[in-house]
Design a protein around this ligand. Structure first.
Ligand SMILES: Cc1cc2nc3c(=O)[nH]c(=O)nc-3n(C[C@H](O)[C@H](O)[C@H](O)COP(=O)(O)O)c2cc1C
Length: 203
C-alpha cells in the first residue's frame, strides 16, 4: 500500500526547533519506506486566523488553504509537532485545526511530538489530546513523543548522548506504530460506516 504522511511544524518562529524536529521525523518516515510526505511549517504565520469566509467559500481561503487541504486530504496519517509555549500549543496550531474542519483528518491516525528547550513538553500533549479532535475526528495514537532539552537532540548523523540515542529509538518506534495505524485505519474510512453528513460535528 502506497503511503502518504503529513507533518505539521506548529511553531510560528522562523527556524524553530519544532521545524527541525519535524524535518527529522520526515526523514525517519522516508527511511521507513513512506513514499510521500508533506511538511507544513507554520513559521511566520502563513495562515491568517480563521474567519467566516472559510464557510462561505471566500476566494482568499481557496487560494491559501486549498493547496494545503488537498495535501492533507491525500494523506493517510499525520504527525503534529508542537512546541510548548507558555504551557500551551501555539495559537497558529489551534488555527490550523479550525481550518481543517471535519473532513480532511477524519479517522486518520496522528502522532503527537512535543518540543521543549527544557524539561517541559507535557502540556501540548494534554492539550492536543483534549481539544483538537472533536470536529476534526483525528485519532491520536496512544504513544506520543516528548523532545526535552531539544537543543542537544537529533543533531548530526550520530546520537550525541544516551538520551539522544534513546529519543531517536523512540521516534523510530513511534513512527512505525503510526504507520501500522495508518494501514489499518484506511479500512475504517473505506467501510462506508463513516457519516460526516449527518454528524459533521462531534459532541
Ligand atoms: C512564547 C514562548 C513561550 C515558551 N514557553 C515555554 C513553556 O511554557 N515551556 C517550555 O518548556 N518551553 C517554553 N518555551 C521555550 C521552547 O521550549 C523553545 O523555544 C523550544 O525551542 C521550542 O520552541 P520552538 O519550536 O518555537 O523553537 C517558550 C518559547 C516561546 C517562544
Amino acid at each position: 500500500m502506497s503511503m502518504k504522511i503529513s507533518v505539521v511544524a506548529g511553531s510560528h518562529r522562523g527556524e524553530s526547533e519544532s521545524a527541525r524536529v519535524a524535518s527529522y521525523v520526515e526523514t525517519v518516515l522516508r527511511g521507513l519506506g513512506v513514499e510521500s510526505t508533506y511538511l507544513l511549517d507554520l513559521a511566520g504565520n502563513p495562515l491568517p486566523l480563521w474567519d467566516g469566509g472559510v464557510w462561505s467559500g471566500d476566494a482568499k481561503w481557496g487560494r491559501l488553504w486549498g493547496p494545503i487541504e488537498a495535501e492533507l486530504d491525500d494523506s493517510d496519517g499525520l504527525v503534529v509537532v508542537s512546541p510548548e509555549w507558555s504551557g500551551m500549543v501555539p495559537a497558529g496550531l489551534k488555527n490550523f485545526f479550525l481550518l481543517c474542519g471535519s473532513r480532511v483528518l477524519a479517522h486518520k491516525p496522528a502522532l503527537i511530538v512535543s518540543v521543549s528547550a527544557g524539561l517541559g513538553g507535557s502540556y501540548p500533549v494534554a492539550e492536543l489530546r483534549m481539544s483538537s479532535y472533536k470536529n476534526t475526528r483525528v485519532c491520536y495514537v496512544p504513544d506520543h513523543v516528548i523532545v526535552r532539552n531539544v537543543g542537544g537532540m537529533l543533531k548530526g548523523e550520530k546520537p550525541a548522548s544516551e538520551e539522544d540515542a534513546s529519543l531517536r529509538a523512540r521516534i523510530d518506534y513511534s513512527c512505525r506504530v503510526l504507520l501500522e495505524y495508518a494501514r489499518a485505519m484506511g479500512a475504517i474510512r473505506a467501510s462506508g460506516r463513516i457519516d460526516l453528513k449527518t454528524y459533521p460535528y462531534g459532541m
